[in-house]
Ligand binder design. Structure first.
Ligand SMILES: CC(C)(COP(=O)(O)OP(=O)(O)OC[C@H]1O[C@@H](n2cnc3c(N)ncnc32)[C@H](O)[C@@H]1OP(=O)(O)O)[C@@H](O)C(=O)NCCC(=O)NCCS
Length: 175
């Protein structure tokens, strides 16, 4: 997958690489971040390296690392890809806990949406979050999505299932 470099006011979004394993481990090993994510909390850098090696080969989803322009630190990651069930461009994100609530999640999500809109002809977008994960719902709303329906989401290994809010909508990212 050819992952472009995107720029926002405070962030560079770029392809993740295997060399990012140490930085990624900082948030994927943190239960405050992983609680409502589909993956389980990571306990070893080797497992993060394995995950990154699948990401760099992924041909279906655009995965981005979110890097602070100021100091070049990788503070999070996200992805966007076409979801055939939803018939929409689905996106997700996670940010290092010590950088929450400073607008980075919204800034990065908007950049992924704008990229998909401008370069992939994406018009309809979707995302979902565990009901209790209110901050993620705020990010979706701030990106212009509207609540669509309730459903469920589960951990990849099926160990936990949560009630979730599904959002969907047409976004005009040229505005
Ligand atoms: C979801 C996440 C990416 C948001 O990132 P962020 O950089 O903190 O997001 P932003 O700062 O852009 O926006 C957060 C919004 O949620 C609000 N918020 C934060 N905690 C909240 C809470 N407990 N209840 C209600 N709103 C909350 C903030 O006030 C802000 O809204 P505002 O701009 O209207 O004030 C981050 O919390 C995260 O990584 N969570 C763990 C991983 C995750 O759950 N990812 C999403 C899976 S669906």
């Amino acid at each position: 997958m050819n992952i472009p470099i995107l720029e926002t006011e405070r962030l560079i979004l770029r392809a993740l690489t295997i060399e990012d394993a140490d930085a990624v481990f900082k948030w994927v090993s943190d239960e405050r971040v992983t609680k409502y994510m589909p993956y389980n909390t990571y306990t070893s850098i080797e497992d993060v390296t394995k995950w990154l090696s699948t990401v760099v080969k992924n041909e279906n989803t655009y995965n981005f690392g979110f890097v602070l322009k100021d100091n070049n630190i990788l503070i999070g990651s996200g992805d966007i890809g076409y979801n055939t069930e939803e018939e929409a461009w689905d996106f997700g994100y996670n940010i290092r806990f010590d950088h929450w609530n400073r607008g980075y999640g919204t800034e990065a999500a908007k950049a992924m949406i704008r990229f998909a809109y401008e370069s992939l002809n994406a018009r309809c977008f979707s995302a979902n979050h565990v009901v209790d994960n209110t901050a993620s719902g705020r990010v979706m709303e701030k990106c212009g999505l509207k609540f669509d329906h309730y459903g469920e989401c589960s951990k990849f290994d099926g160990t936990q299932t949560f009630k979730a809010k599904f959002y969907k909508g047409y976004i005009n990212a040229s505005e």
